[in-house]
Design a protein around this ligand. Sequence first.
Ligand SMILES: Nc1ncnc2c1ncn2[C@@H]1O[C@H](COP(=O)(O)OP(=O)(O)OP(=O)(O)O)[C@@H](O)[C@H]1O
Length: 233
Amino acid sequence: MIEFKGVTKKFGSTIAVDNVTMTFPKGKIIGLLGPNGSGKSTTLKMIASLNKPDQGEITIDGKSPSKETRETLAYLPEIDYLYPWMTIEGAGKFMKSFYDDWNEEKFQSLMKFLNLEPQMIIKKISKGMRAKAKLLLVFSRNAKLVLLDEPLSGIDIFTRDQIIDTIIQDYCEGEQTIILSTHEIHEVESLLDYVVFMHQGTILRQGEAEDLRSEENKSLVELMKEVYRNENI
Ligand SMILES: Nc1ncnc2c1ncn2[C@@H]1O[C@H](COP(=O)(O)OP(=O)(O)OP(=O)(O)O)[C@@H](O)[C@H]1O
């Protein structure tokens, strides 16, 4: 379980996350949803211990984000962080040297599933392939907590389906927690157990996807449109 208590993060005069108190439940696929600039990436970076809150406290199973918690989580950043000169296989070896939870068997089978080749060089492959390579490196670890920042951004619909299939392929409900940020909820609606709607650094609404759907008698896409319409977005 990840808890935020009065968490604020500022960049100069911009308040990226504004006094947020909330809980991300364990063992679920959680959608962190919201328009551009609502604070999704900053939230994920603070969980990944890449940014520190200016105020408040974050705990992951009772521990503050640190080098130790970072080693047990897998984080897919929005940016292209892969070394351009590396091959897919080389990138795998690189990650393997860092993480004890690396699963070589999973790496090999997922590489085939994603139609990636060991000798492909990162700088020579397409953007969609690089997105798949990033996902390959994240899901080749047996991490209990997976943070995916905009995994579908700029990816064509065929590759999107493959990425969604990868996310659910080995997902073990109750054991692994996946938090994924996106503003493209229609693509991931069927995947999500739990949703958090963010806007201007605050949480507008959160809850079990099923409960929200039945309470409101609406799909999450319709609900999201309504939530943000009320905020005049
Ligand atoms: N390193 C930074 N320096 C300055 N401002 C930042 C930095 N990171 C985020 N911000 C600002 O904080 C606010 C929240 O940004 P954040 O990237 O968390 O939002 P987001 O919901 O992930 O947006 P997007 O969907 O566009 O990725 C924005 O106004 C952004 O410009």
